[in-house]
Design a protein around this ligand. Structure first.
Ligand SMILES: Cc1ncc(COP(=O)(O)O)c(C=O)c1O
Length: 379
């Protein structure tokens, strides 16, 4: 292969960042080490730099190894895995939790566990790429319903219910690009009505949203077949998990390639995730504080500009429209000390290019004021 077949304007540069001195700062190593205020990482509570998480990773590495050395099925299963799985299962009130090296892998495993070549997967239009890859891996037929549109979802279930026994609905609880929240109460009612399976990806919500940060599915978990979550975002670590009942858990252990044929999650990241879980349990106000801060950011942007702003929680999308304008705004913000990435097609629909910002624990209101004043001078 000697030519990459991607239009020039869609080619992305891989940039490298070092940590800045302040907890919200990054240095762009591709641009004279310029210090930037990070408005786009998913490290929502800043836990990736937390000394307790780092210490726990170090200590467990001395005892249980930095890496796990093989798959869970060979010699890679460590006490820290069992501990993290049981603590999470208890916290989420689930029978079984299984760890995965990444959310991408967990999502593939999840779809493969619940669907096969005879299944129909009915998925929200905005689900994450990993879930789509999962549908391909499961060789299921994919049908999309309009984003958060309950009528469309129900119409599609009704249509396929007559021809298919196996129907899986796939949604995210908080959508990563729109910042919108799935109407899980209504979705679980539909799922019960038609007796179909439901998978909810809690990647951006776990630790933050729902009761005590247990995710938006928590109150409806009796009607949700399986949830996935990652440790790479609010938990400040890396790796991921699937939570489900014992039967599906055992099915995954016995049949999932994504679980069996991969080096087990490193003890270091597992200990980081476990320490994050303890912190999230001990600081129950963190999620609500983040939401309050995000509401202030949203209100302030709406008050000062005519941009529409999407997002019902800590992920906000400032809709700019044209791809070039979004790129121009990204560069302008970077020149003025803010790292906020433009999201453009094919990730979002044409004409809906945007600047996506994530509101994180360490961003205080002075940063917000500075952002607004910088944005005011954008032409
Ligand atoms: C909605 C969603 N699901 C899954 C993933 C994958 O998680 P991980 O980064 O742990 O692979 C992401 C990552 O960006 C995501 O946004």
């Amino acid at each position: 292969m000697n030519k990459i077949n991607i239009p020039k304007n869609r080619i992305r540069k891989l940039k490298t960042f070092a940590l800045g001195k302040k907890p919200y700062e990054l240095q762009n190593l591709n641009s004279y080490n310029k210090t930037l205020i990070d408005l786009c990482s998913n490290d929502y509570f800043g836990l990736s730099r937390d000394k307790d998480l780092i210490q726990a990773s170090y200590e467990i590495s001395l005892l249980q190894g930095l890496g796990s050395g093989s798959s869970r099925f060979i010699t890679g299963s460590r006490p820290i895995h069992k501990l993290l799985e049981s603590e999470l299962a208890e916290w989420l009130n689930q029978e079984k939790v299984l760890l995965f090296p990444s959310g991408f892998q967990a999502n593939i495993a999840a779809i493969q566990a619940l669907a096969n070549r005879n299944s129909i997967v009915i998925a929200d239009k905005f689900i994450h790429n990993s879930l789509l890859v999962g549908v391909k891996a499961a060789q299921s037929k994919l049908v999309r319903f309009a984003h958060n549109n309950l009528k469309d979802l129900e119409d599609k279930i009704r249509k396929f219910k007559t021809t298919h026994n196996s129907i899986l609905i796939v949604v995210e609880s908080l959508y990563s690009m729109e910042g919108s929240v799935a109407p899980l109460q209504e979705i679980t009612k539909i799922v019960q009505k038609y007796n179909v399976e439901l998978l909810v990806d809690e990647a951006h919500a776990i630790g933050i949203l729902g009761p005590e940060g247990k995710g938006l599915s928590f109150n409806f978990s009796d009607y949700i077949t399986l949830i996935t979550g990652t440790f790479g975002k609010a938990f400040g670590s890396g790796g991921a998990f699937i939570a489900c009942n014992s039967k599906i858990g055992e099915h995954l252990i016995q049949t999932s390639g994504a679980f069996r044929y991969t080096t087990a999650l490193s003890p270091a990241l597992s200990a980081g995730a476990l320490t994050a879980l303890q912190k999230i349990k001990n600081n129950k106000e963190w999620g609500a504080d983040l939401l309050n801060a995000a509401q202030k950011w949203k209100a302030e942007i709406l008050k000062n500009f005519s941009y529409s702003v999407r997002g019902e929680s800590h992920i906000l999308s400032i809709i700019v429209g044209q791809e070039e304008k979004a790129m121009h705004l990204q560069r302008y913000l970077e020149e003025h000390g803010f790292l906020a990435v433009a999201i453009r097609p094919p990730t979002v629909p044409v004409g809906e290019s945007r600047i996506r910002i994530t509101i994180r624990k360490n961003l205080d209101l002075n940063i917000m004021k500075k952002f607004i004043s910088v944005l005011k001078n954008f032409k």
